[in-house]
Design a protein around this ligand. Sequence first.
Ligand code: NAP
Length: 489
Amino acid sequence: MTLAERETQVVERVPKQLFVGGTWREARSGAVFKVEDPSTGSVLCEVADAGTEDGFAALDAAVAAQPSWAKHAPRERGEILRRAYELLMQRQDDLALLMTLEMGKPFAEAKGEIAYAADFLRWFSEEAVRIEGGYSISPNGQARFLVMRQPVGPSMLITPWNFPMAMGTRKIGPAIAAGCTMILKPAQQTPLSALALADILREAGLPEGVLSVLPTSDAGGVTEPLLRDGRIRKVSFTGSTGVGRKLLEQSAEQVLRTSMELGGNAPFLVFDDADIDAAVEGAMQAKMRNIGEACTAANRLYVQSGVATEFARRLSERMGALKLGRGTEDGVQVGPLIDAKAREKVQSLVDDAVGRGARVLVGGSAGDGDGYFYRPTVLADVPQSSELSTTEIFGPVAPIISFDTEDEALAAANDTEYGLVSYLYTRDLNRALRVSEALETGMVGLNQGIVSNPAAPFGGVKHSGLGREGGTVGIEEFLETKYIGVGGV
Ligand code: NAP
């Protein structure tokens, strides 16, 4: 079979309808919207376009299924997740190809994301049977305290396009493990991975109504009435800070539990005493994973003056050697950006920095072809006043800013409203701990360029969000604590 035939086949196999209450069906209005391949700008397929009425049908299904799902044996909930994990891994190549087609990331990276996404299901299959409560004696000895954990209830899950599979499983995994029913609204640009995942969970034995998936071209029109309805009890969102803020406002009306995984502006600090080979390698990972379209992407590279020139030279060599192209082609390391708007934003950030005195060491312009390609770029002498320093770039651009002292680097690193992750390269243990403690972020990559791991608590502080996903705390986001005071013992 040729690659073109395989591409057609993986797209054809995915259900293109809404998944509501365990059934695939068209939108009530009959509407559809188009899904595009960002590497060519051509249309891949059309999918059903959910409206407000479909949202309420999904909510009715979630509310109806909640009581029996909460009583489902934890072991069975775990086994559904485990089977779904196995199915994802068995179909890793097809699912990766599908993701490359709708999102653009190179096939090898898409395969990595399928494994990462599947691992959330495996991790939470193990957590489902470890939900614990407590028993204690009141301080005056006259009562007993029983503490139990219960599912929060029907949950609204909203995910972005940049990690179309993993952002879904990072929420669905703990929701299933905790016994919550849910409605997933995937990003309009990448609904296919979410639809494929729904079909896998159905095949793995997820009961009807526990999960609905609603692709839509009218995100707010579908989700806002549900958040204001009162029967949804939780919203878990991954996306931009602006939309997160809007959802927090909407959630206030019904006092919903909220988890917010929002934007980032990660500083990447390299000190004179760092292992420069490791720092360059880490910068490549932290900057170029997902074409730079990651909330964890290194957005500002602060390099101490003693090594700044050498670091910039080596990073430019590596960035300049990367192969740009369609993610399905052999050897491609950098795919297209998600759309024309994203590429225009990256170009205007580069132009602004250059206008303020930054030097382009490599790249600095759009790539060839019909897709939304942008060349891997390194900028040196970037002034702290550049828009790049305060804006999430979301593209393959590495701005280097040199510094002299630790205090100066820390002040610059923390000079942002974001607080998701920071990276730090040094061989001095005292400095490593001192700087890690002072960085105002939810996560720190210490001598490593990737922090994401299903077994670790992922999340940010300040405008980067509320709550954590993954690790042993990930399931907490979907659990309430109930205390029973027992008298007369
Ligand atoms: P986005 O524009 O905020 O969209 C995220 C999701 O929200 C999409 O499903 C989107 O639907 C939906 N949405 C948009 N407006 C909405 C509204 N008014 N009501 C309800 N839902 C709405 O973000 P994005 O551009 O897809 O993703 C990039 C952002 O996500 C970046 O800021 C990145 O840092 C952040 N991110 C954070 C993490 C983390 O863990 N902290 C992980 C990945 C990404 P449509 O697609 O239909 O617009």
